[in-house]
Design a binder for this molecule. Structure first.
Ligand SMILES: Cc1cc2nc3c(=O)[nH]c(=O)nc-3n(C[C@H](O)[C@H](O)[C@H](O)COP(=O)(O)OP(=O)(O)OC[C@H]3O[C@@H](n4cnc5c(N)ncnc54)[C@H](O)[C@@H]3O)c2cc1C
Length: 379
């Protein structure tokens, strides 16, 4: 178990002050799942100017050279405020660390300074129509050509591809050997305005456009934009997933709703004793999960692998997030309405619409339990 350093509280206060002032000036509303759906480049750039993006990127690449624990504090506050962080989220959380771990000098200089300024946004091209949980069965092909590679295939559920500048694509760079399915996968950095890419919206039932299908038809990627070693994609992707799964967004997506629920129940003490008891249970759960999540951030800070702990926290955290929505929905007279002026009513509607994805994105809970079982030597 690890705790945040004493100076974290000063940083936390600065972030809270910044968020209160920024919200008052720019008028954004808090959202459930703000990290996946509240896309606002202006906000990302203001955050970059404050030095709160690319915090763990070394200063020579335009970052702040700070610790994962400092970044953790900032991230927690952004999520708790429901701030519009989606534009920079993938770039800051996982592309920066991946470029530092596997990227070439050219790639670091090309992308990291813009990421730290909140000006370069990324999407993730892992899932395919026939490759979700079983990621190793990706069929997107990368064929070596003069000066680079040609990529052909279809990615699906690609969050934010219609806004992002580039995405990381996992592709098969040699014919599949069924006995060694994890071999010969490679990662490519693909600029989304390259010829041969078609981004097709997949609308949610609500009509919102969040996901995409991204079709690649002989898309040329220069050798300079192969991430890491060709053929080492599986090893690279699985270490990236440690960053993708371990952060506080796996337990704080519903934090604005929890805060609004607390406010609502403060006026309902006589009518909802059961809900108040459940609220107490939720707060004790999130306190424990947060402690676990801070310990993972500390491991990442020390350069330790945290895949197993990250999988465990994501399983527990996303189920907790679902319980926040269920508890809020059970409050007497709760009537979800995404257009309501009442914050609880609006956030409840968002929570209900987003909850089905909590346990799926970033690897389903069934798959995560397999990771945990293998990590503990039980399989
Ligand atoms: C909100 C959201 C955002 C997303 N954003 C992205 C993105 O930006 N980029 C990207 O690449 N992907 C993204 N995804 C896709 C996500 O990673 C996949 O949905 C997820 O990996 C599951 O794959 P699948 O949907 O193909 O389901 P499947 O793999 O078909 O699984 C269907 C069901 O079967 C279960 N199952 C499958 N295999 C096993 C097994 N071996 N043992 C037990 N149960 C099993 C699963 O748990 C699941 O319940 C996103 C998904 C969501 C919901």
């Amino acid at each position: 178990m690890r705790s945040l350093p004493a100076e974290a509280s000063e940083l936390r206060r600065e972030v809270r002050d910044f968020l209160a002032e920024d919200r008052a000036t720019y008028g954004w509303q808090p959202h459930v799942d703000s990290w996946i759906s509240a896309w606002d480049p202006g906000f990302s750039q203001r955050l970059g100017r404050r030095g709160w993006l690319g915090m763990t990127i070394p200063t020579e690449y335009g970052g702040q050279g700070r610790t994962h624990l400092d970044r953790y504090v900032v991230t927690e506050e952004l999520l708790a405020a429901g701030a519009p962080v989606a534009a920079h989220w993938v770039a800051d959380r996982q592309v920066g660390p991946a470029l530092l771990a596997h990227g070439s000098e050219y790639q670091r200089r090309r992308y990291l300074p813009d990421i730290a300024r909140g000006e370069r946004y990324f999407a993730i091209g892992m899932s395919e129509p026939e490759a979700g949980s079983d990621l190793a069965s990706v069929r997107t092909r990368a064929v070596a050509v003069a000066g680079g590679w040609e990529l052909t295939g279809t990615k699906v559920w690609t969050s934010g591809a219609h806004h992002a500048h580039a995405f990381f694509v996992l592709a098969r760079s040699a014919p599949l050997d069924p006995a060694h399915r994890h071999d010969d996968l490679s990662q490519f950095i693909v600029d989304l305005d390259t010829a041969g890419i078609e981004i097709r919206p997949i609308k949610l039932l609500t009509g919102q456009h969040h996901f995409n299908e991204v079709v690649l038809d002989r898309v040329f990627v220069p050798d300079q934009l192969v991430l890491g070693e060709p053929g080492q994609g599986w090893r690279q992707v699985t270490s990236e997933l440690g960053f993708e799964r371990s952060g506080p967004e796996r337990l704080l997506s519903t934090q604005p709703l929890l805060a609004a629920l607390t406010g609502r129940l403060a006026h309902e003490t006589g009518r909802a004793p059961g809900a108040i008891a459940e609220l107490g249970a939720l707060i004790s759960q999130v306190t424990t999960l947060r402690q676990l999540s801070i310990s993972v951030a500390a491991s990442l800070s020390d350069g330790q692998p945290a895949d197993l702990a990250a999988a465990l926290i994501k399983d527990l955290g996303t189920r907790y997030e679902g319980a926040v929505v269920d508890t809020a929905a059970a409050v007497p007279d709760a009537e979800p309405d995404p257009n309501s002026d009442d914050e609880f009513t609006r956030l409840l509607a968002e929570g209900l619409l987003h909850a089905p994805g909590f346990t799926l994105r970033g690897g389903t809970n069934e798959i995560l339990r397999g990771v945990v079982a293998r990590g503990l030597g039980l399989r």
